[in-house]
Design a protein around this ligand. Structure first.
Ligand SMILES: Cc1cc2nc3c(=O)[nH]c(=O)nc-3n(C[C@H](O)[C@H](O)[C@H](O)COP(=O)(O)OP(=O)(O)OC[C@H]3O[C@@H](n4cnc5c(N)ncnc54)[C@H](O)[C@@H]3O)c2cc1C
Length: 578
């Protein structure tokens, strides 16, 4: 089946919905999503959205910009960060006007709480900057934006899986998708396409990310010749539930929770004496693993010391039930404990991709380090790299990124489609997608999808995790190459058309393998330690050689590496202490 829309948006998380809301003001807009929109991962965001409203204490956007840049270990593009923090304030009030039920102060203003790395007066002390709706902020954002999109008559293609992008030279003409309910292949012709498919934490074994976070757009675009930026930077959040990776929001520490080692000591006193448990995530994840290696971890059921405690008992039952009700529920459901009474066993969990599809500040996808762009091709949200998060994202800054840059990209699309024409669409536009699916249904079944996925996740966890070395990453690259080859023998046993989830998982695995490969290759290439990329064999940050973004092009088994300058026009890089 064929469809025509001026603007196509792939992904119905916060970024996709905000872009759709903006684009649909003037353009005929459709949203394609493999999930029902409000099931997108944005809905799990607990902690909040950062904006210098100054509702509870003095705050300023320039302090927020500084924290974002320093938090990103000076790989953040500084003007992009400035736009982020300045437009954050207006964006939060816009969400309020659209009906988002924020938690309130006693005077009725939007309440704000502390979060890691967010400080007053350029690093003096933690500041209350995170606007929140209990611990359901993301859920409320999705509900609010989805309602508004329906009101704006955006066409939704729910449970459509995008398999391919149609790029002619440097112009994007549409996408090809499979309707999950029927297995039918659809072609969508458009003047502009925006990808907002979220993160790819599923390349790791322990992750906070939903099953659907499989990096589909970065993989589809990488196979179409688009470079990926800063793939070596993947953030581990310090507090995932032990053994499961399910996230315990930083807001627990923002409200007064602390990390304890086996001796009952506050371990962050040693690693970040000023900000303690509210230091940035890269630093705390490293501190936890270092403590465990020193023998100060707590003994898990594998009889090794492999987690620490997050003590929320000191927050008090009343505050927990009012401000962190979902977290309390998770602890009861998954651990059988009440966090107001017992400490929570936690370990670092793969959480957020700083890298992804390179874009400019209007969301246009970059074709090289020189600033040339693809016409009609956009990206926003976690799958994009603007780069506002540099080498390490601060908590609450992703939700800001979604709404500020989702909105900017949507507005730019609307402007662009007014003057652009539909590109040509050959009759064979869906041929590649059909061939791929046919091949998965025919031939002898070789390798098991599940086995390949587990091996990939183990390799990434052990060799391209919190601490990295060149030797281990070299092995990871060889191993992932091998399993990418084995993937060629994977076949789908269930040949049914309706809701073929096995086929979906195989297609997602192909994407994950490509992303894991790009991540490992980019990580091995960067011989320094910066933000979330921590190399034991190169423990220092090296601004002389590495103050630059990496770009990586995928070409089957081969790859090509290039670079892009970092914008440091506001603050000169300094040592990063907390
Ligand atoms: C547990 C958790 C808690 C978090 N808490 C916070 C927080 O408090 N504050 C904060 O700032 N950040 C937080 N983050 C990070 C933040 O929530 C995410 O980075 C952000 O929500 C990603 O939004 P997105 O719009 O880019 O993508 P998502 O919300 O992940 O949505 C992706 C969309 O793309 C669609 N899609 C994907 N692939 C395809 C395909 N092939 N075809 C069609 N559609 C496709 C999906 O259906 C979905 O609609 C948290 C993340 C997690 C995992």
């Amino acid at each position: 089946m064929k469809h025509h829309y001026e603007a196509i948006i792939v992904g119905a998380g916060g970024a996709g919905l905000y872009a759709a809301l903006e684009a649909s003001k003037t353009a005929k807009t459709a949203v394609l999503s493999k999930l029902y929109p409000v099931r997108s991962h944005t809905g799990t965001a607990q902690g909040g959205i950062g904006a210098a409203l100054g509702n509870v204490e003095e705050d300023r956007p320039e302090w927020h910009a500084f924290d974002t840049i320093k938090g990103g270990d000076y790989l953040t593009d500084q003007k992009a960060a400035q736009i982020l923090v300045e437009e954050a304030v207006e964006a939060v009030y816009h969400l309020e006007n659209l009906g988002l039920p924020f938690s309130r102060t006693s005077e009725g203003k939007i309440d704000q709480r502390r979060f890691g790395g967010h400080t007053r007066n350029f690093g003096e002390a933690p500041v209350r900057r995170s606007c929140y709706a209990a611990d359901r902020t993301g859920h409320m954002i999705l509900q609010t934006l989805y309602q508004q999109c329906i009101k704006n008559k955006v066409a939704f293609f729910d449970e459509f899986f995008v398999l391919d992008v149609l790029i002619d030279g440097k112009k994007c003409n549409g996408v090809v998708a499979m309707e999950l309910a029927t297995g039918e292949i659809h072609t969508f012709q458009s003047k502009a396409v925006l990808f907002a498919t979220g993160g790819f934490g599923r390349i790791y074994r322990i992750t906070s990310n939903a099953y659907a976070s499989t990096g589909d757009a970065p993989a589809v675009l990488a196979r179409a010749g688009v470079p990926m930026e800063d793939m070596e930077f993947f953030q581990f959040h310090p507090t995932g539930i032990y053994g499961m990776g399910i996230l315990i929001t930083e807001a627990v520490r923002g409200e007064g929770g602390v990390l304890l080692n086996r001796n009952g000591d506050r371990l962050m006193e040693e690693y970040a004496p000023a900000l303690l448990d509210l230091a940035p995530r890269d630093l705390i994840s490293r501190a936890i693993i270092t403590e465990i290696k020193k023998g100060n971890g707590i003994r898990g059921d594998k009889k090794i010391d492999d987690y620490v405690y997050l003590d929320a008992t000191r927050i008090g039952k009343e505050v927990i039930e009012k401000k962190l009700p979902d977290i309390a529920g998770f602890c009861r459901t998954y651990l059988g404990i009440d966090p107001a009474e017992k400490p929570i066993p936690v370990q670092p969990t793969a959480h957020y991709a700083m890298g992804g599809i390179p874009t400019d500040i209007m969301g246009r996808v970059l074709a090289s380090g020189g600033g040339d762009i693809y016409e009609g091709l956009y990206a926003a949200g976690e799958c994009a790299c603007i780069s506002v998060h540099g080498a390490n994202r601060l908590g609450t800054n992703s939700l800001v990124d979604l709404i500020v840059y989702g909105r900017r990209a949507g507005a730019e699309m609307a402007r662009f489609v007014k003057e652009a024409d539909f590109g040509s669409m050959p009759a064979s536009a869906d041929e590649q997608a059909r061939k791929k699916i046919n091949a998965l249904f025919t031939g002898k079944k070789g390798k098991s999808r599940g086995d390949i996925a587990t091996r990939m996740q183990e390799i990434m966890m052990e060799k391209v995790g919190v601490f990295r070395t060149g030797e281990e990453m070299k092995r990871a690259i060889t191993d992932i190459r091998r399993i990418r080859e084995e993937f060629n023998d994977v076949r789908v046993e269930d040949t049914g058309k309706r809701f073929n989830t096995e086929l979906l998982e195989v297609l997602e695995l192909e994407n994950l393998l490509d992303i894991a490969y790009l991540t490992a290759v980019a990580a091995k290439n960067r011989t320094e330690t910066r933000g979330a990329h921590s190399r034991m064999d190169f423990p220092e940050r090296d601004d002389k050689k590495w103050l630059k973004h990496s770009l990586i092009w995928l070409d089957g088994e081969k790859y090509k590496i290039g670079y892009r300058d970092v914008d440091i026009s506001l603050y000169k890089p300094k040592a990063r202490t907390y």
